[in-house]
Design a protein around this ligand. Structure first.
Ligand code: SF4
Length: 372
């Protein structure tokens, strides 16, 4: 059993009609329930729920406080390479874009690690682009061994791997993985991914489950909101997270809510525009559906918006971000994967969180294996 047949059912369902037929009564019932089912989740994501956002916000706030307290875990990405063999038409690293391509060697990695560690961060997310031969599993493993000296938690956001490869990464010190399906719409997927190994929709869809089986502690999923009708992808992402939570209760299943950003290369026109209100509705519905699910809001979002939605379900935020390879230390001109909206440093973000009554969490994990 995998998530694929469940997702296929949603792909075949008349979702536009289902969203359109939700009533005020359905929304009220979903808000008042303690344990929501997928139909309730759909109701909360529907246009009929928009007049109830305030009520949903109050409940989301209460559930988040119950499950996470007033804490926000901080992390930053480290781009180790930007070689890529894919042509995702919404991404600046796509192989058609003639940008300088590079990869960090061991010494450069160590320099980046030291610079990030000086900010106090303990959670690191490493990214490589999708080029198996350039950024091989062995390259990632040796990088993790260096980075683990500075960070008790290292997560990967790289190409989809086999279960055995994930297990090797866990053995090397990786404790989390992020895998965005980009869109769950199987028909649209090949249009957005015209060439490269990422075209394999199902191999990518099953990657988070393979990571769970391989022993990852945290598995973070998401859709790039705007590629398809946002409500459709938001629904399938939540259902995917619920599937993983039920099947792998010992794994911390989390969801990111990224919206499309501008990038170098041909401009990409999203299929649906995801407004601030839509993103907020997505987060509130997700929190009510999955009260203990981590929710990440990255620096794709503007400072003011990130602060406004703090009490509504967020549990993780990035800070001190660069989407360029070696962007934490190198000063030469580089091209990032996408443009960020919130360029605040770790210190600035920490101050902002404290000002709002939140505790910035730098470290919530220490491997006993490492301590022995
Ligand atoms: S989204 Fe990832 S796989 Fe696709 S082009 Fe960008 S870096 Fe490559």
């Amino acid at each position: 059993m995998s998530f694929y047949p469940i997702c296929a059912e949603y792909n075949d369902a008349p979702l536009a009609e289902q969203f359109g037929s939700v009533t005020e009564h359905d929304v009220r019932r979903a808000i008042n329930k303690t344990k929501l089912n997928p139909k309730d989740f759909l109701a909360l994501l529907s246009p009929a729920a928009i007049p109830f956002l305030e009520e949903m916000a109050q409940k989301a706030n209460q559930l988040t406080l119950q499950n996470f307290g007033k804490t926000i875990q901080l992390f930053t990405p480290l781009y180790m390479a930007n070689f890529c063999t894919n042509r995702c038409i919404y991404c600046g690293f796509n192989t058609k874009n003639k940008i300088p391509r590079t990869q960090l060697g061991p010494e450069e990695l160590e320099t980046e690690a030291k610079a990030i560690a000086e900010t106090g961060l303990k959670h690191l997310l490493i990214l490589t682009g999708d080029a198996r031969t350039k950024s091989s599993p062995e390259y990632v493993e040796s990088a993790v061994k260096i980075l683990s000296r500075y960070f008790p938690s290292v997560s990967i956001e790289i190409y989809a791997m086999t279960e055995e490869e994930y297990a090797r990464q866990v053995e090397a010190g990786v404790d989390g993985m992020t895998m965005f399906q980009e869109t769950y719409n199987e028909e649209l997927y090949p249009e957005l991914h015209p060439a490269g190994p990422k075209r394999d929709y199902r191999f990518r869809l099953d990657a988070p489950e393979r990571a769970c089986k391989a022993g990852m502690r945290v598995v973070n999923i998401g859709a790039l909101l705007g590629l398809d009708e946002w409500r459709h992808d938001a629904l399938k992402t939540g259902i995917h997270a619920a599937y993983l939570q039920d099947k792998y209760p010992d794994v911390d299943i989390a969801v990111s809510l990224p919206r499309i950003r501008t990038h170098v290369g041909d401009a990409f026109v999203p299929r649906s525009l995801v407004s601030d209100i839509s993103l907020t509705q997505n987060m509130l519905a997700l929190r009510l559906f999955l009260p203990r699910c981590g929710i990440t809001i990255s620096t794709r979002e503007a400072p003011e918006f990130r602060e406004n939605i703090l009490p509504l379900g967020v549990t993780r935020m990035s800070a001190g971000v660069s989407t360029e390879v070696g962007g934490h230390t190198k000063t030469d001109e580089k091209v990032g994967q996408f443009d960020i909206s919130d360029g605040r440093s770790v210190e600035e973000m920490s101050q902002v969180l404290r000002k709002h009554g939140y505790q910035p969490v730098f470290k919530d994990w220490h491997s006993l294996k490492e301590a022995s």
